[in-house]
Design a protein around this ligand. Structure first.
Ligand code: SF4
Ligand code: SF4
Length: 415
């Protein structure tokens, strides 16, 4: 697709990148069939090809309108279209460029501005968010149903092993996960410890910046990224093997640090090294599969017949192109890991999408829960705290992080 970019962006880094992406798109429309918002709304402009057109028009100087904003806001950035596209179009990058431009050209309504501002300033601050979550739990019965669903009951983290091993990896604590699901990183630390790897905490790192990035506050996201790099740097220099992500939404974002900070002379090189050190937890554990199999010896029989269904977050299967790994680990632990229909579709959580676009988000969740529950599994598992919270609010089935199941399997067959 040929594009004639307007002067305001022509020749810039973003403009050149957008031009190359637009050129790769041959307008075939294959991507439309696997786009969740197109499937629900049936409007070409709510599918990838239509959105690519809207962005192209905007970059060519055809002023964006509220209509452009509506259709770009409705995009989940799930990247299902990228997985489908036979031409390798980097839709998500184009969307980022388009949204950044749109933000400067189309004013938002007051309520939208306030809501986005509140999300930008609370979610990335782990302590503030933790305090809000604490208050939310106290008054949970009084909250409206929609908000109640966002406040999971308090759960414990269990014991965290001491740092004893020569092999070390670094964790990202994250922003909302520590107060919503403190057991996830603790379970990861316990499992890795059994495999001979110590998982190092990195106090002060906090949010990776994904929240603010996806709320179109790119400069604030760069600040978050620099803080994370500074927080991890000494541990990386001291020989830590990897930065382990227990939330796939963070993983896909940190893998992009090199791109995000490519024009920052002080951080470009460090950002590329940090990005290269990122591993999803499933990749790390799968890399130790012989040691895991030895530890799991004896648990397979007791656990045979327990069924789990895996919801693969878009940020894992489309964003990081990691597929089948978690399912293999669950099977190794004796779980019958059933596939669900339409596994490529988003559950509707998508970062802050569930708050900003509640109607579409709830429709997507209803479809996803129906597909996941179809085989009457004992438990739904996922790999991202946002998906877990969103799905749990829509089903009586327990929804857990997959590492918690592996942790339980290693702890005792009875648990
Ligand atoms: S599948 Fe790829 S090339 Fe075809 S319209 Fe979609 S983005 Fe463009
Ligand atoms: S990112 Fe997801 S919602 Fe957005 S256009 Fe692509 S498939 Fe559709």
């Amino acid at each position: 697709m040929e594009a004639h970019l307007a002067d305001f962006i022509k020749g810039t880094t973003a403009g050149n990148e957008a031009e190359a992406i637009l050129r790769a798109c041959v307008h075939c429309g294959f991507c439309t069939a696997t786009c969740p918002t197109y499937q629900i709304l049936g409007d070409e402009l709510d599918g990838p090809r239509g959105r690519i057109y809207l962005i192209k028009q905007m970059l060519e100087g055809d002023g964006p309108t509220e209509k452009t904003q509506l259709h770009l806001d409705r995009c989940l950035n799930c990247r299902s279209c990228e997985t489908t596209c036979p031409s390798g179009v980097q839709y998500s990058r184009l969307l980022d460029i388009g949204r950044e431009v749109m933000e400067t050209k189309v004013p938002r309504k007051l309520w939208d501005r306030l809501l986005r501002g509140a999300l930008r300033s609370t979610l990335p601050r782990a302590r503030l968010f933790g305090a809000a979550m604490g208050w939310g739990r106290l008054v949970r019965p009084l909250l409206p149903k929609l908000l109640q669903a966002k406040v999971p009951p308090r759960t414990g983290a269990g014991l965290r092993p001491q740092v004893l091993h020569a092999r070390k990896m670094i964790e990202l604590a994250g922003c909302v996960q520590p107060s919503m699901y403190p057991n996830i990183n603790a379970a990861a630390a316990r499992v890795l410890d059994r495999l001979g790897i110590s998982l190092l905490e990195s106090p002060g790192v906090g949010c990776c910046g994904a929240v603010r990035f996806h709320l179109n506050d790119v400069e604030a996201a760069r600040v978050d990224a620099r803080r994370a790099i500074d927080g991890w740097w000494a541990q990386l220099e001291a020989g830590a093997e990897a930065i382990v992500m227990t939330a796939s939404g963070c993983g896909v974002h940190v893998r992009d640090y090199g791109h995000l900070l490519r024009e920052d002379p002080a951080y470009a090189e460090k950002a590329a090294r940090v990005a290269a050190a990122v591993r999803d937890l499933s990749e790390v554990i799968a890399g130790e599969k012989d040691a895991l199999a030895a530890l799991l010896e004896g648990t397979r029989k007791e656990r045979k017949g327990r069924s789990a269904v895996f919801h693969s977050p878009c940020t894992l299967q489309h964003g990081q192109q990691i597929r089948g790994v978690v399912e293999g680990l669950l099977q190794a632990a004796g779980f019958e890991a059933r596939p669900a229909a339409n596994g490529h579709l988003c559950c509707g959580a998508a970062g802050t999408y569930a708050i900003l676009e509640p109607e579409l988000s709830l429709q997507l969740r209803a479809l996803k829960v129906e597909a996941l529950a179809a085989g009457s599994p004992g438990v739904i598992v996922s790999a991202n705290a946002g998906c877990i919270a969103h799905l749990q609010a829509g089903t009586p089935l327990p929804v857990r992080h997959w590492i918690e199941l592996i942790d339980q399997s290693l702890a005792s067959p009875e648990r």
